[in-house]
Design a protein around this ligand. Structure first.
Ligand SMILES: [Zn+2]
Length: 310
Protein backbone atom coordinates (compact mmCIF):
# COMPACT_ATOMS: atom_id res chain seq x y z
CA UNK A 1 0.00 0.00 0.00
CA UNK A 2 3.03 2.24 -0.04
CA UNK A 3 2.74 3.63 -3.51
CA UNK A 4 3.57 7.24 -2.96
CA UNK A 5 6.76 8.73 -4.26
CA UNK A 6 8.41 10.23 -1.26
CA UNK A 7 10.09 13.54 -1.01
CA UNK A 8 13.23 14.14 1.01
CA UNK A 9 12.33 14.74 4.60
CA UNK A 10 15.41 16.54 5.68
CA UNK A 11 17.69 19.03 4.09
CA UNK A 12 20.18 19.46 6.83
CA UNK A 13 21.18 18.41 10.26
CA UNK A 14 19.45 21.50 11.56
CA UNK A 15 16.21 20.42 9.96
CA UNK A 16 16.67 17.02 11.50
CA UNK A 17 17.13 18.58 14.90
CA UNK A 18 13.83 20.36 14.51
CA UNK A 19 12.13 17.00 14.46
CA UNK A 20 13.83 15.77 17.56
CA UNK A 21 10.62 15.35 19.50
CA UNK A 22 9.06 11.98 19.16
CA UNK A 23 6.57 11.14 21.78
CA UNK A 24 3.71 13.54 22.05
CA UNK A 25 3.38 12.56 25.62
CA UNK A 26 4.94 14.15 28.61
CA UNK A 27 3.21 11.81 30.91
CA UNK A 28 4.72 11.25 34.25
CA UNK A 29 7.25 13.07 36.30
CA UNK A 30 10.55 11.54 37.19
CA UNK A 31 9.97 8.66 39.47
CA UNK A 32 12.54 6.97 41.57
CA UNK A 33 10.31 4.01 42.18
CA UNK A 34 11.88 0.87 40.91
CA UNK A 35 10.10 -1.97 39.23
CA UNK A 36 11.77 -5.29 39.47
CA UNK A 37 12.35 -6.63 36.02
CA UNK A 38 10.92 -9.99 35.37
CA UNK A 39 13.39 -12.19 33.60
CA UNK A 40 11.61 -15.41 34.30
CA UNK A 41 9.96 -15.47 30.92
CA UNK A 42 13.14 -15.32 28.92
CA UNK A 43 13.79 -18.26 26.70
CA UNK A 44 17.04 -19.90 27.59
CA UNK A 45 17.71 -21.92 24.54
CA UNK A 46 20.37 -20.68 22.21
CA UNK A 47 19.10 -20.43 18.70
CA UNK A 48 21.15 -21.17 15.67
CA UNK A 49 20.43 -19.27 12.51
CA UNK A 50 18.35 -22.14 11.21
CA UNK A 51 16.36 -22.27 14.46
CA UNK A 52 15.68 -18.63 14.11
CA UNK A 53 14.26 -19.04 10.64
CA UNK A 54 12.17 -22.00 11.68
CA UNK A 55 10.76 -20.14 14.64
CA UNK A 56 9.13 -17.62 12.37
CA UNK A 57 6.93 -20.12 10.62
CA UNK A 58 3.82 -20.88 12.58
CA UNK A 59 3.69 -17.52 14.26
CA UNK A 60 0.11 -16.68 14.92
CA UNK A 61 -1.00 -13.10 14.81
CA UNK A 62 -3.19 -13.73 17.81
CA UNK A 63 -0.41 -15.25 19.87
CA UNK A 64 0.96 -12.41 21.92
CA UNK A 65 4.06 -14.27 22.95
CA UNK A 66 5.09 -15.70 19.64
CA UNK A 67 8.78 -15.85 18.92
CA UNK A 68 8.52 -14.75 15.36
CA UNK A 69 11.96 -13.98 14.02
CA UNK A 70 12.79 -11.28 11.55
CA UNK A 71 11.28 -11.48 8.12
CA UNK A 72 14.73 -11.37 6.62
CA UNK A 73 16.48 -14.69 6.38
CA UNK A 74 19.37 -14.96 8.81
CA UNK A 75 22.47 -15.88 6.88
CA UNK A 76 25.17 -15.77 9.53
CA UNK A 77 26.12 -18.33 12.15
CA UNK A 78 26.10 -15.94 15.10
CA UNK A 79 24.39 -17.50 18.15
CA UNK A 80 21.02 -16.08 19.10
CA UNK A 81 18.93 -16.49 22.23
CA UNK A 82 15.24 -16.09 21.68
CA UNK A 83 12.93 -14.13 23.95
CA UNK A 84 9.18 -13.42 23.97
CA UNK A 85 8.21 -10.76 21.48
CA UNK A 86 5.21 -9.87 19.38
CA UNK A 87 5.77 -9.85 15.63
CA UNK A 88 6.88 -6.70 13.82
CA UNK A 89 4.01 -4.42 12.76
CA UNK A 90 1.71 -5.67 15.53
CA UNK A 91 0.99 -2.51 17.50
CA UNK A 92 -1.17 -2.13 20.59
CA UNK A 93 -4.78 -2.45 19.39
CA UNK A 94 -6.17 0.97 18.56
CA UNK A 95 -2.81 2.72 18.78
CA UNK A 96 -2.45 3.47 15.09
CA UNK A 97 -2.70 2.24 11.54
CA UNK A 98 0.78 0.79 11.66
CA UNK A 99 2.90 -0.27 8.70
CA UNK A 100 3.60 -3.36 6.65
CA UNK A 101 7.32 -3.58 5.82
CA UNK A 102 9.08 -6.09 8.07
CA UNK A 103 12.52 -5.87 6.47
CA UNK A 104 15.60 -5.86 8.63
CA UNK A 105 16.84 -2.38 7.80
CA UNK A 106 19.93 -2.57 9.96
CA UNK A 107 21.30 -6.12 9.97
CA UNK A 108 24.20 -6.75 12.29
CA UNK A 109 23.75 -3.71 14.50
CA UNK A 110 24.65 -3.72 18.12
CA UNK A 111 21.61 -3.58 20.39
CA UNK A 112 21.53 0.08 21.52
CA UNK A 113 21.39 -0.52 25.29
CA UNK A 114 24.34 -1.96 27.21
CA UNK A 115 22.48 -3.70 30.00
CA UNK A 116 19.75 -6.34 29.66
CA UNK A 117 16.91 -7.12 29.96
CA UNK A 118 15.18 -4.31 28.10
CA UNK A 119 11.57 -3.89 27.09
CA UNK A 120 10.41 -2.51 23.76
CA UNK A 121 6.86 -1.26 24.01
CA UNK A 122 4.51 1.69 23.73
CA UNK A 123 5.07 4.61 26.08
CA UNK A 124 1.66 6.11 25.36
CA UNK A 125 -0.67 3.09 25.29
CA UNK A 126 0.79 1.38 28.37
CA UNK A 127 0.37 2.02 32.11
CA UNK A 128 1.54 5.53 32.87
CA UNK A 129 0.96 6.63 29.29
CA UNK A 130 -1.54 9.30 28.39
CA UNK A 131 -3.56 7.04 26.08
CA UNK A 132 -3.86 4.14 28.47
CA UNK A 133 -6.48 2.84 28.28
CA UNK A 134 -7.48 5.29 25.58
CA UNK A 135 -7.94 8.17 27.90
CA UNK A 136 -6.50 11.63 27.90
CA UNK A 137 -5.71 11.32 31.58
CA UNK A 138 -2.68 9.41 32.80
CA UNK A 139 -3.64 6.06 34.18
CA UNK A 140 -1.41 3.86 36.23
CA UNK A 141 2.29 4.19 36.75
CA UNK A 142 5.07 4.00 34.20
CA UNK A 143 6.79 1.76 36.76
CA UNK A 144 3.98 -0.80 36.59
CA UNK A 145 5.55 -4.24 36.51
CA UNK A 146 3.75 -5.00 33.26
CA UNK A 147 5.91 -2.34 31.60
CA UNK A 148 9.01 -4.19 32.70
CA UNK A 149 8.19 -7.60 31.34
CA UNK A 150 8.16 -9.41 28.03
CA UNK A 151 6.82 -9.73 25.40
CA UNK A 152 8.16 -6.88 23.35
CA UNK A 153 5.78 -4.69 21.41
CA UNK A 154 6.43 -2.77 18.16
CA UNK A 155 5.41 0.91 18.23
CA UNK A 156 6.75 2.25 14.94
CA UNK A 157 3.93 4.16 13.23
CA UNK A 158 1.96 4.50 16.46
CA UNK A 159 -0.43 7.43 16.07
CA UNK A 160 1.46 10.73 15.91
CA UNK A 161 -0.43 12.91 13.43
CA UNK A 162 2.21 15.63 13.66
CA UNK A 163 5.15 13.43 12.60
CA UNK A 164 5.45 12.77 8.89
CA UNK A 165 6.41 9.16 8.24
CA UNK A 166 5.87 7.83 4.72
CA UNK A 167 6.38 4.24 5.88
CA UNK A 168 3.17 4.44 7.90
CA UNK A 169 -0.13 3.51 6.33
CA UNK A 170 -1.54 6.91 7.24
CA UNK A 171 1.56 8.83 6.13
CA UNK A 172 2.33 9.94 9.66
CA UNK A 173 3.33 8.23 12.86
CA UNK A 174 5.92 7.41 15.49
CA UNK A 175 9.30 7.45 13.83
CA UNK A 176 11.22 4.96 15.94
CA UNK A 177 10.97 2.26 18.57
CA UNK A 178 10.61 2.97 22.28
CA UNK A 179 12.54 0.74 24.68
CA UNK A 180 12.46 0.76 28.48
CA UNK A 181 15.73 -0.17 30.19
CA UNK A 182 16.04 -2.88 32.83
CA UNK A 183 14.28 -1.04 35.64
CA UNK A 184 12.16 2.08 36.08
CA UNK A 185 15.14 4.23 36.92
CA UNK A 186 16.50 7.17 34.98
CA UNK A 187 20.19 7.89 34.43
CA UNK A 188 21.38 4.37 35.13
CA UNK A 189 21.44 2.45 31.86
CA UNK A 190 23.77 3.16 28.95
CA UNK A 191 22.83 3.74 25.35
CA UNK A 192 25.56 2.41 23.06
CA UNK A 193 26.52 2.91 19.42
CA UNK A 194 24.75 0.61 16.99
CA UNK A 195 27.57 0.68 14.47
CA UNK A 196 31.02 2.12 14.04
CA UNK A 197 30.38 5.72 13.06
CA UNK A 198 30.55 9.42 13.75
CA UNK A 199 28.50 11.54 16.15
CA UNK A 200 26.51 13.77 13.79
CA UNK A 201 24.08 15.37 16.21
CA UNK A 202 24.06 16.28 19.87
CA UNK A 203 20.91 18.01 20.98
CA UNK A 204 19.30 18.89 24.29
CA UNK A 205 18.18 15.27 24.67
CA UNK A 206 19.34 13.65 21.46
CA UNK A 207 22.45 11.98 20.05
CA UNK A 208 22.84 10.72 16.48
CA UNK A 209 25.41 8.29 15.09
CA UNK A 210 25.98 8.01 11.35
CA UNK A 211 27.49 4.70 10.31
CA UNK A 212 30.90 4.70 8.64
CA UNK A 213 29.98 2.03 6.15
CA UNK A 214 27.45 2.07 3.35
CA UNK A 215 24.53 2.63 3.47
CA UNK A 216 25.58 5.06 6.22
CA UNK A 217 22.55 4.54 8.38
CA UNK A 218 21.66 7.28 10.84
CA UNK A 219 20.80 6.07 14.33
CA UNK A 220 19.19 8.58 16.62
CA UNK A 221 18.87 8.22 20.39
CA UNK A 222 16.34 10.37 22.24
CA UNK A 223 15.74 11.14 25.90
CA UNK A 224 19.39 11.02 26.90
CA UNK A 225 20.67 12.58 30.11
CA UNK A 226 22.81 15.41 28.75
CA UNK A 227 25.16 15.55 31.74
CA UNK A 228 26.14 11.92 31.21
CA UNK A 229 27.05 12.17 27.52
CA UNK A 230 30.46 10.69 26.78
CA UNK A 231 30.55 11.91 23.18
CA UNK A 232 30.52 15.20 21.34
CA UNK A 233 29.80 16.26 17.78
CA UNK A 234 32.34 14.79 15.37
CA UNK A 235 33.61 12.05 17.68
CA UNK A 236 34.29 8.68 16.14
CA UNK A 237 32.64 5.80 17.98
CA UNK A 238 32.79 2.03 17.68
CA UNK A 239 30.01 -0.51 17.84
CA UNK A 240 28.93 -0.98 21.46
CA UNK A 241 30.58 2.20 22.74
CA UNK A 242 28.83 4.06 25.54
CA UNK A 243 27.12 7.26 24.41
CA UNK A 244 25.24 8.40 27.51
CA UNK A 245 22.59 7.42 30.02
CA UNK A 246 18.94 6.83 29.20
CA UNK A 247 16.57 9.19 30.99
CA UNK A 248 13.15 10.81 30.77
CA UNK A 249 14.56 14.07 29.38
CA UNK A 250 12.29 15.71 26.83
CA UNK A 251 14.15 19.00 26.55
CA UNK A 252 13.25 22.44 27.81
CA UNK A 253 10.18 24.34 26.68
CA UNK A 254 9.70 27.99 27.67
CA UNK A 255 12.35 27.55 30.30
CA UNK A 256 10.68 24.55 31.88
CA UNK A 257 12.18 21.07 31.83
CA UNK A 258 9.90 18.60 30.05
CA UNK A 259 9.72 14.92 30.86
CA UNK A 260 8.56 11.79 29.13
CA UNK A 261 8.63 8.27 30.48
CA UNK A 262 12.01 6.69 31.19
CA UNK A 263 12.94 5.15 27.88
CA UNK A 264 15.21 5.19 24.88
CA UNK A 265 13.56 6.27 21.65
CA UNK A 266 15.67 4.66 18.91
CA UNK A 267 15.43 5.56 15.23
CA UNK A 268 16.99 4.22 12.09
CA UNK A 269 17.15 6.25 8.91
CA UNK A 270 18.69 5.38 5.61
CA UNK A 271 21.10 7.89 4.17
CA UNK A 272 20.44 6.82 0.63
CA UNK A 273 17.35 6.28 -1.47
CA UNK A 274 15.89 2.78 -1.43
CA UNK A 275 13.26 1.07 -3.57
CA UNK A 276 11.01 -1.37 -1.76
CA UNK A 277 9.90 -4.67 -3.32
CA UNK A 278 6.52 -3.14 -4.15
CA UNK A 279 8.16 -0.33 -6.07
CA UNK A 280 7.85 2.32 -3.40
CA UNK A 281 10.80 4.68 -3.51
CA UNK A 282 12.07 5.75 -0.13
CA UNK A 283 13.91 9.02 -0.20
CA UNK A 284 17.27 9.42 1.43
CA UNK A 285 16.95 10.12 5.15
CA UNK A 286 13.58 8.40 5.42
CA UNK A 287 12.75 6.75 8.71
CA UNK A 288 12.55 2.96 8.51
CA UNK A 289 11.09 0.50 11.01
CA UNK A 290 13.71 -0.54 13.59
CA UNK A 291 11.79 -3.39 15.25
CA UNK A 292 12.95 -6.33 13.12
CA UNK A 293 16.57 -5.22 13.37
CA UNK A 294 16.22 -4.69 17.12
CA UNK A 295 14.76 -8.15 17.71
CA UNK A 296 17.69 -9.70 15.87
CA UNK A 297 20.23 -7.49 17.65
CA UNK A 298 18.70 -8.35 21.03
CA UNK A 299 18.77 -12.07 20.27
CA UNK A 300 22.47 -11.74 19.48
CA UNK A 301 23.02 -9.56 22.54
CA UNK A 302 21.44 -12.17 24.81
CA UNK A 303 23.81 -14.74 23.33
CA UNK A 304 26.87 -12.58 24.00
CA UNK A 305 27.21 -10.35 20.95
CA UNK A 306 28.20 -6.73 21.28
CA UNK A 307 30.26 -6.29 24.45
CA UNK A 308 30.13 -2.78 25.84
CA UNK A 309 33.01 -0.45 25.02
CA UNK A 310 33.83 2.34 27.48
ZN1 LIG B 1 9.41 7.40 20.86
Amino acid sequence: MHTRILIPLFASVLAMAALAGCDNTATTSDSSASASASDSAIATSVMTSSDSTAASSGASSSDSTTSSASASAVTDNIPRTDFPHNPATQLVAGSGDGYTDTSNWAPGICFPIAQTPDYADSQVYSPGGDHYPNTTHPTGSQCDTSNYAYPWRDNFCETRPQWANPMCTSGAGHQGQDIRPTTCKANMYWAVAAEDGVITQVGSYTVAVTGNDSPHRIFRYLHMQVASLKVKLGDHVVRGQKLGLISNNFGISNGVQQYTTIHLHFEVRIAQSETLPDGTVLAANAFVPPYTALVDAYQRKLAGDCPTVE
